[in-house]
Design a protein around this ligand. Sequence first.
Ligand code: GLV
Length: 317
Amino acid sequence: MSVFITRKIPEAGLERLRAAGVAFEIGEMDGEKAIARDDVLDGVRRHDVLLSLLTERVDREVLTANPQLRGVSNMAVGLDNVDLAAAEELGIPVGNTPGVLTDATADLTWALLLAAARRVPEAHDYMAGGRYSIWGPELLCGVDVGPGASGCRKTLGIVGFGRIGVAVAQRARGFDMDVVACGSPRSRDAMTAASVEPLEFDELLERSDFVSLHCPLTPSTRHLIGVEQLLRMKRSAILINTARGPVVDERALVEALRGGEIRAAGLDVFEDEPLMAPGLVELPNVVILPHIGSATHETRDRMATMAADNAIEFLRG
Ligand code: GLV
């Protein structure tokens, strides 16, 4: 009985497997390289459980490569890279890593929000480029996140009120913001508990100064933010995406940012990672990160441990 791990995961996860006496093989050891599709298929054929990352497409071909496959443990909370319908049909259990990355992802959401509002990367480049010659009253002005000098409370609109949406809302309290949210009917209780005003999606877009996306990627959330939604947002609004890239029509976003339809965006995820839509990187009003929402040592260790535990459970039936 053994586990095929597509790409190298943190040592904490490997330790967990060793402690349980579980044999494993790692497909790609170089953390900056993808694993070839053929190597995934080959690994699945030769082992009993697949431990995958969000970079691998676990589709029907992978799931049927080994009729004895006992489970897929995905080291991510998102499962859009796994064909869940096929897995269900084939009776293959699938695991993910919810809960352990909630705080890290909420923190990064705030890092992006503050960086976009206060133009932190632009200011950094300004310094690093040796352009700082004298302080000036209009140098690199951004916008308030809290009420600030105007005393005007800002509205944060959270799209998708699951664990991460809730954690983002909690952090907004420290900034004296009004928080509104939309999400599945199941999330209504969480909104009430967090004193967050539930709104319809369109109204949320119209009222929010900051819109932060926290929904999973499903067929119904693909391009949830497109031309029409960007036009509906305030021209002063800032969009933050730490969910999944395809939730936003990235080409439409580039146009909106270029044309001043919205003020700025903070993005940790992209439609076609690691690529970005043409023109995005040249825009001054965008903050871009390489999908590091859960990237703290503590969190990635917990994710790896949880993924290893899931793999062990699948091996044990
Ligand atoms: C990261 O994006 C995850 O889904 O864990």
